[in-house]
Design a protein around this ligand. Structure first.
Ligand code: UGA
Length: 433
């Protein structure tokens, strides 16, 4: 099938190349010439495991190409809208300007029977509002949310947990077109939910709100554990054995960040308020607040271990990305903590396997170094703020002669306290004695 994907960021670039891999003839369209040039040469504009290989393979096979010219979408049967919906400046609400622009741009190239499939995360009611413009030219609108995780984006696209199609009632044409797009996904017996626009839009934000709530729940337990002298990781293990609760997304630590969870819960609250259901989501304000308090707690813990003074201390920061296997530092708890410590007068030396360049763009004044040894050189304390595998696997004694003081703070509960303490280090973590 001929497919266009409008917007080639994290979502669109992965979606376009995955659909090409699934056997379709795909054009990815973006207004950013530099991004299109990079993608056309088989390079991903961001770090995502498996994506460069997928790009190279599908570009070479001729099933994928990129363009800045919207007319390249003409002739495609399905047009996916995969542009960003960031948080509005000075408000909790989502900024829909890119979605609006994408719809403005695609309408002239639509033919009767074409399907426009929104993938962007939007406030409930957006699809209904946009449908008339699509229907006016005889095309069909669907909202088909995306649930991919950064770091697993290709796998999540080719083998998702579920597919959700939001369609107008009785729009069998759109359902059968999407079934054809996802034929090889559906062959894997992956569940498919066909529903209305509003439910499809809500599924996406509800899923992210649930995940954020799960993380903040365990981080709230960490706060209590800290004053009660309990261990939140053992608590998470123990409650996680209950299959109704489950252990996944119960890792206490610095909390959630990234380009999705924080802005999605805020946008969800803003939209619910507009609809008169704000009270129903008041708890998400608490989820957000618990999450942000973890960063402050990390700074406090650091101060405590340094004997009360951050100013002038030499602090090694390992990890800047919002999570491992990503170079994304949007709303990254790690980068935020590093910047706060620097603002408090510490001599911060930070490193990350992938996120130094992206961090530098937002925080140009931090001191970035390439390796753990450089960061830890003469340090008074080491902070592990993103749980990259190479940090989880550090052998304590390998740093004995590098640091000034053998002290490590585990912001992600990803190290073994026994191993570090037996090696003679001071080990402290969030939510643990
Ligand atoms: C999230 C959702 O997991 C995806 O399903 C969704 O499609 C995506 O947002 C989106 O809306 O596009 P992502 O932002 O890639 O995916 O990252 P997650 O794996 O959800 O992690 C989010 C944050 O939570 C990270 O900062 C991570 O470190 C933190 N986290 C995660 C915890 O603090 N504890 C946990 O137990 C799990």
């Amino acid at each position: 099938m001929k497919i266009s994907v409008i917007g080639c960021g994290y979502l669109g670039a992965v979606h376009a190349s995955s659909l090409a891999k699934l056997g379709h003839d795909v054009v990815g369209i973006d207004i950013d010439q530099a991004k299109v040039d990079l993608l056309s040469s088989g390079q991903a504009p961001f770090y995502e495991p498996g994506l460069p290989e997928l790009l190279t393979e599908t570009l070479a096979a001729g099933s994928l190409r990129f363009s800045t010219d919207m007319s390249a979408a003409q002739g495609a049967t399905v047009h996916f809208i995969a542009v960003g919906t960031p948080q509005q400046e000075g408000s909790n609400a989502a900024d829909l300007r890119y979605v609006e622009a994408a719809f403005d741009a695609i309408v002239p190239y639509l033919a009767p029977g074409d399907v426009v499939a929104g993938k962007s995360t939007v406030p409930v009611g957006t699809a209904q509002r946009l449908a008339a413009r699509i229907e006016a030219v005889g095309a069909h609108l669907t909202w088909n949310p995306e649930f991919l995780r950064e770091g697993f984006a290709v796998q999540d696209t080719i083998s998702p947990d579920r597919l959700v199609y939001g369609v107008t009632p009785n729009d069998d044409h759109t359902v059968s077109v999407l079934d054809e797009v996802y034929a090889s996904v559906l062959e894997q017996d992956i569940p498919r939910v066909v529903t209305d626009f509003a439910t499809a839009e809500l599924v996406k934000v509800a899923a992210n709100a649930f995940l954020a709530t799960k993380i903040s729940f365990i981080n709230a337990m960490a706060e209590v554990a800290e004053v009660a002298g309990a261990d939140v990781t053992q608590l998470a293990d123990a409650i996680g054995y209950d299959k109704r609760i489950g252990r996944r997304f119960l890792n206490a630590g610095l909390g959630f960040g990234g380009g999705c969870l924080p802005k999605d819960i805020r946008g969800f609250m803003a939209r619910a308020s507009e609809l008169g259901a704000g009270d129903a989501l008041n708890f998400l304000g608490e989820v957000d607040a618990i999450n942000l308090r973890r960063r402050e707690r990390m700074v406090d813990l650091c101060r405590e271990v340094l004997g009360g003074t951050i100013k002038g201390a030499r602090i090694a920061v390992l990890g800047l990305a919002f999570k491992p296997d990503s170079d994304d530092v949007r709303d990254s708890p790690a980068l935020d903590v590093a910047a706060r410590l620097a603002e408090l007068g510490a001599q911060v030396r930070a490193t990350d396997p992938q996120a130094i360049e992206t961090s530098r763009r937002i925080r140009p004044n931090l001191d970035y170094v390439a390796t753990v040894d450089e960061a830890a050189h003469d340090a008074d304390v080491i902070l592990v703020l993103t749980e990259w595998r190479e940090y989880r696997e550090i052998v304590p004694n390998s740093l004995d002669s590098v640091v000034a003081v053998r002290a490590i703070l585990d912001g992600r509960n990803c190290l073994d306290p026994v191993q570090w303490r037996e090696a003679g280090w001071t080990y402290r973590a969030l939510g643990r004695p």
